[in-house]
Design a protein around this ligand. Structure first.
Ligand code: ATP
Ligand code: MG
Length: 477
């Protein structure tokens, strides 16, 4: 068998359901001296990879069955070192960006001449071999420590509000008090909840998350408290609730403002008695759980409006932790931006080390209605397009850069014939959405109301413009 690759020759897998294109790529790469396997579906590709890993995979994005994004994701799950390039059609940059976020190292836009394919494949192979060398060399160095710090979720920011917040979080972590974390969308509430756990005496216990907004009422109840076999139709087995799973650790109730009245009552009882009863069960069990909850809502207003139980509010609110929006701590923007470059550059295989002044200026001018998450999205996208060692304003999405923020004349963008109407309209749409989102403090139903559109349409647009991560489950309908 000639499976072993030499420097010049690599084993390459081509996945494309289009016969002509697949064969074309196979011929080009075979002529370049590689050993090529070509298959017509993502499933076949994964099966082949499982048998014997390839040095590099080229996959089409749009395919019936498994698409290129799923292929990339599955390959990376199978082998974190997999080197994947995706083939996209003209005008589908957004999908290409998604593929890069899943770990593809590059994309190529159809139609392409053979030499471009060869060059991009060479780049991928070179990258893979450098990465292997680097991995070998730096197994136990500073880079490793930074990585650990990044994955352990440290809060970045040295503005005064952030310094105060961090010292408060460290102090509160030591106690067993129930904490309510408040803040606009994307300000870092979940990160704070994790930090509260990691810095607490319970750090070796479990950290269990419940996204309260994503579950229907009955599901939420059995998710939290568990159920006995036969408790309701479909309850074929006993199921442990998240409270039981979190025993000895921390339970994070995200979007607590969304839980329905019946669950509010049960939750209150559990917090008071420190014991739970599974749905359909008779017995009660003691649980040792610290509860941290989070909301982007003004819960006090919800209490006044009669939508949230006052007694539960006081139970949850024993220690409030409030996250300031990014616009109130502009000093943190450049630090966070550098942090996200370091966090994501390796993952998308870019050798970017930082940001230049033009990029930092553009970031400083923006209002960040989607807060830190929006900034993180912007940096991730910019990295995909970055060519040099520093991100510049040219790598940033157009709405952040001077030419992308149209100058206005009598309230309308200046027309110079340099931007087509659809671009101008997109910019306006983005700005109006940003303004509504900010005005509504990130509450989606309110944002949608201000804009006069349905919440579902708003979700689509928030994701399109990077204010929310793709595939965010709607939390309010
Ligand atoms: N201070 C920070 N330092 C580093 N990363 C941060 C910071 N704040 C937020 N992030 C990152 O920004 C992203 C959004 O943060 P997180 O999910 O905690 O926000 P959230 O307040 O829970 O948002 P939402 O209300 O939309 O659920 C995450 O990837 C998180 O790691
Ligand atoms: Mg969150």
């Amino acid at each position: 068998m000639q499976g072993e690759s030499t420097q010049a020759m690599a084993r390459i897998l081509v996945i494309d359901d289009h016969d002509t294109l697949r064969e074309g790529m196979a011929v080009t790469l075979t002529r370049a001296g590689h050993t090529v396997s070509a298959v017509r579906s993502g499933q076949d590709g994964l099966a082949a990879y499982r048998k014997a890993p390839f040095d590099l995979v080229v996959t089409d994005l749009k395919m019936d069955g498994m698409d290129g994004i799923e292929v990339t994701k599955s390959l990376k799950a199978l082998d974190a070192g997999a080197v994947v390039m995706v083939v996209t059609a003209f005008g589908t940059i957004e999908t290409a960006v998604q593929a890069m976020q899943q770990g593809a190292y590059d994309f190529i836009t159809k139609p392409f001449p053979p030499e471009v394919l060869r060059a991009k494949v060479d780049k991928g192979l070179e990258l893979a071999s450098t990465r292997k060398q680097v991995e070998r060399l730096t197994a136990r160095t500073a880079a490793h420590d930074t990585d650990a710090a990044l994955t352990h979720g440290s809060l970045v920011g040295d503005s005064e509000p952030m310094q105060r917040l961090v010292s408060q979080v460290l102090k509160v972590a030591q106690s067993d008090a129930t904490v309510l974390v408040r803040g606009e969308s994307g300000t870092g509430k979940e990160l704070v909840a994790r930090m509260l756990h990691q810095r607490s005496p319970r750090r070796d216990g479990p950290f269990i998350v419940v996204h309260c907004a994503a579950l229907a009422e009955t599901l939420l109840e059995s998710e939290l408290f568990g159920h006995e076999r036969g408790a309701f139709t479909g309850a074929v087995k006993r199921k442990l609730g998240r409270f039981e799973l979190a025993d000895g650790g921390t339970l994070f109730l995200d979007e607590i403002g969304e839980i329905p009245a019946s669950v509010q009552t049960k939750l209150l009882r559990v917090l008071q008695e420190k014991e739970i009863q599974r749905v359909g069960g008779e017995d009660t069990f003691k649980v040792d759980v610290r509860v941290v909850s989070a909301t982007h809502r003004d819960l006090q207003a919800e209490v006044k409006a009669g939508r949230f139980r006052e007694d539960l509010y006081y139970r949850l609110h024993i220690v409030p932790v409030v996250l300031p929006p990014l616009r109130e701590r502009p000093e943190d923007i450049s630090l966070l931006a550098r942090h996200f470059v370091a966090k994501h550059a390796m993952r998308v295989n870019r050798r970017v080390m930082g940001l230049d002044d033009s990029a930092l200026r553009a970031l400083a001018r923006h209002a960040w209605p989607g807060n830190v998450r929006e900034l993180e999205n912007v940096i991730e996208q910019a990295l995909v397009f970055a060519e040099g060692e520093q991100l510049t304003d040219l790598d940033l999405p157009s709405h952040l850069t001077a030419s992308g923020t149209p100058r206005v004349e009598a309230g309308l963008p200046v027309l110079q014939g340099d931007r087509p109407l659809p671009d101008i309209l997109e910019d306006l749409e983005r700005q109006l959405i940003a303004r509504a989102y900010e005005k509504a403090s990130g509450v989606k139903t309110e944002t949608a109301r201000l804009l006069g559109i349905k919440t579902s349409a708003l979700y689509y647009k928030l994701e399109k413009y990077g204010f929310l991560p793709k595939g965010t489950p709607p939390e309010e309908s």
